[in-house]
Design a protein around this ligand. Sequence first.
Ligand SMILES: Nc1ncnc2c1ncn2[C@@H]1O[C@H](COP(=O)(O)OP(=O)(O)OP(=O)(O)O)[C@@H](O)[C@H]1O
Ligand SMILES: Nc1nc2c(ncn2[C@@H]2O[C@H](COP(=O)(O)O)[C@@H](O)[C@H]2O)c(=O)[nH]1
Length: 192
Amino acid sequence: MKKGLLIIISGPSGVGKGTVRDFFMKDNSLNLTYSISMTTRKPRENEVDGVDYLFVSKEAFEKAIENGELLEWAEFVGNYYGTPLCQVERLRNEGKNVLLEIEVQGAQQVSEKVPDAITIFMIPPTMDELENRIRGRKSEAEEVIQERLAKAEKEMKLIKDYKYVVCNDDPELAAQYIGLIVKRHMNLAKDE
Ligand SMILES: Nc1ncnc2c1ncn2[C@@H]1O[C@H](COP(=O)(O)OP(=O)(O)OP(=O)(O)O)[C@@H](O)[C@H]1O
Ligand SMILES: Nc1nc2c(ncn2[C@@H]2O[C@H](COP(=O)(O)O)[C@@H](O)[C@H]2O)c(=O)[nH]1
């Protein structure tokens, strides 16, 4: 069986990665599975352990790093985030296309380890709109919003490291575009 594709989506916090994902994950023809990350961040009100993230303690996360259980990991605004390696490998070996929604340092680590990973950077129409979205979500305290916005300015400079850039103006259109990117690479893989 052919190994599944590895797709990375990065983009500043609040750009709408999760919102757009909800649209394209409905398309079964993309054969996509979402890789559930591990994090030390506290769950938001609507988040479920084992669905949105594996919520763990700092100690458990550091143990996972020590044991080599993570494909990549990074610290983002005071918390650890990482991708469990065995989950990604198992799913890809089953022929599933695996989606990682991770920030830029993690994306860089994965690109080095898996050079044929498909990298997509999601941008907002404007930075003011990014601020509106992150504030509109009402999930972070003011101090955290400020930190995330400052981080976003730095992350935007790394667009050049990604193969594709998708602007999330309309989430359905952005999802369609991501679907086309995945289909293109599925067709290329078929011909290999
Ligand atoms: N195209 C869009 N137009 C207007 N609002 C949007 C759009 N896409 C997403 N949003 C809104 O922006 C907010 C942030 O979206 P979302 O939580 O999906 O971002 P994210 O990139 O996954 O954030 P994070 O990386 O912090 O988890 C949400 O309130 C969402 O409803
Ligand atoms: N390097 C990694 N980054 C990750 C992972 N899972 C999520 N993220 C990114 O972290 C920020 C913040 O996420 P939030 O849920 O607290 O808003 C965002 O850019 C995510 O894409 C991961 O496993 N590794």
